[in-house]
Design a protein around this ligand. Structure first.
Ligand SMILES: *[C@@H]1O[C@H](CO)[C@@H](O)[C@H](O)[C@H]1NC(C)=O
Ligand SMILES: *[C@@H]1O[C@H](CO)[C@@H](O)[C@H](O)[C@H]1NC(C)=O
Ligand SMILES: *[C@@H]1O[C@H](CO)[C@@H](O)[C@H](O)[C@H]1NC(C)=O
Ligand SMILES: *[C@@H]1O[C@H](CO)[C@@H](O)[C@H](O)[C@H]1NC(C)=O
Ligand SMILES: *[C@@H]1O[C@H](CO)[C@@H](O)[C@H](O)[C@H]1NC(C)=O
Length: 407
């Protein structure tokens, strides 16, 4: 399951646990709900529950670590027959658009490269333990970098060995890890998606037909990216070569898609079309709404499942340019809980932040000019955020992954 730096699913987990314990106690649930708005990413949740005689006291202690301060909130309430001591240590992720000072350092630090400086990074993924995953496209493998480590380990594919059997990959483009630790890989040049059950090195094809690219429903053509809904029921694949997005059930072994966005497979810049779909993001609060990067169409479109057309939310469809309204070959998109949007603007060598509902981007990484210093990017591609909202970027042209600390 991805980390979503405060998207509401984490809160839901808290609420679920609470409601399971207190199904008999609606007043307690309500009281806890008042605390929910200040909670975002729980790091440690410890619950101890003692059933006592009636007329005792409920004490709720919440320790909140903000970006700058640590505070403790203690709430004491009377209930009939329950005493609960709850300690919830959380890190808040404040809205970066609420204060101009809550942004990211402009200099990145290299968290991943390789000894021969040939890292080929296209997409990143961070799980709920803040473990970073990435694909190395040219070397055909997926790597994992646990928090605080400098050496990655290979978790799928055989480094340096492209192929089409179940152990190999051929230009992997994107990676996702589900709540069971199963690894999914967009295996682009094999025109398929591979699923590696946690702990196995032999993948199962769950979408597309190996080595047979095409636009029928059991095929894809150079897929680029994918996204999963928060319940991990559905996988949506950006099938770039066929100008469409395909949907599959994650529990199905049928490689045939069951649903398609843009069935006519022609590229275009109208609201009814896609143009080089490259990456997809699904917000945890709107599981049927996709944000799709039109790499070749220079735009980001929002598309609700079932709609016949999307709506453009950023970029000038069909026009590549460099000002704050524009993209030049965008490659990835993410949303935060405040619905601010982050777009990797590949050929403008920058990452743009769009505050909720704004179409004017602010540069938060890179400076628009290609370069090799820690404040420059070179044809960046993937982006991911950890639970503290630190930002990781595939600085693809510089063959490194940069981390930009949130402050
Ligand atoms: C897979 O790769 C092998 C050797 O590289 C090749 O001969 C074969 O045609 C490819 N396709 C399939 C479907 O096996
Ligand atoms: C994946 O498998 C390992 C080894 O069996 C296990 O320790 C780990 O908990 C699993 N991951 C998940 C997310 O279930
Ligand atoms: C899908 O394949 C896996 C591995 O071969 C198997 O364990 C699982 O039962 C299959 N699921 C269905 C729904 O057929
Ligand atoms: C950005 O550039 C495009 C293309 O040249 C132009 O149409 C648009 O008005 C410009 N927007 C801003 C905010 O300067
Ligand atoms: C970006 O960096 C280049 C090279 O260091 C510099 O010349 C340029 O002024 C910078 N541009 C901005 C907008 O800061």
């Amino acid at each position: 399951m991805p980390v979503t730096f405060g998207e509401s699913n984490v809160t839901v987990i808290v609420a679920t646990r609470i409601s399971r314990i207190y199904t008999q106690k609606p007043t307690v649930i309500l009281a806890f709900a008042l605390l929910i708005p200040i909670l975002t990413i729980p790091i440690i949740i410890t619950l101890t529950h003692n059933k006592l005689d009636s007329g005792t006291t409920l004490t709720t202690t919440t320790t909140t670590i903000t970006a700058e301060t640590t505070s403790t909130i203690v709430t004491t309430m009377q209930t009939n027959d329950v005493t609960t001591h709850l300690t919830s240590k959380t890190t808040t992720t404040e809205n970066p658009c609420a204060s101009s000072s809550l942004r990211w350092k402009t200099a990145g630090s290299t968290v991943r490269s390789d000894s021969s400086s040939t890292l080929s990074c296209t997409h990143l993924f961070i799980d709920s333990d803040d473990t970073l995953y990435g694909v190395d496209k040219e070397h055909a493998y997926v790597w994992r970098l646990p928090t605080g480590h400098t050496n990655s380990i290979t978790v799928a594919g055989i480094p340096g060995s492209k192929g089409n059997d179940s152990f190999k990959l051929n230009y992997p483009e994107d990676v996702y890890v589900d709540r069971h630790g199963n690894i999914y890989v967009v295996d682009s040049n094999n025109h398929r998606v591979q699923k590696f059950i946690n702990g196995t090195s032999s993948g199962i094809t769950i979408a597309g037909t190996t080595d047979s690219g095409g636009c029928s429903l059991n095929q894809m053509y150079y897929p680029r990216g994918f996204a999963f809904d928060p319940s991990e029921t559905f996988m949506y694949v950006a099938d770039r070569g066929c100008q469409r997005v395909l949907r599959y059930r994650t529990d199905s072994n049928s490689s045939t898609s069951e649903f398609v966005i843009n069935r006519d497979t022609t590229a275009g810049n109208s609201a009814k079309q896609l143009n080089g779909p490259w990456s997809i993001h699904i917000s945890s609060s709107k599981s049927d709404e996709l944000l799709i990067v039109n790499h070749d169409g220079q735009s980001i479109t929002r598309w609700a499942v079932g709609d016949v057309e999307g709506s453009f939310v950023a970029g000038l469809p069909g026009t590549s340019c460099t000002n704050s309204s524009c993209f030049h070959d965008p490659t990835d998109v993410k949303l935060d809980i405040y619905m601010n949007m982050y777009v990797v603007d590949g050929n403008n060598h920058r990452v743009q932040m769009f505050c909720k509902n704004s179409r004017i981007g602010m540069t938060i990484a890179g400076n628009g000019t290609i370069g090799t210093s820690t404040t420059h990017l070179s044809y960046p591609q993937g982006i991911a955020f950890d639970s503290k909202m630190n930002m990781y970027v595939c600085d693809t042209g510089n063959r490194r992954v940069l981390k930009f600390d949130k402050f």
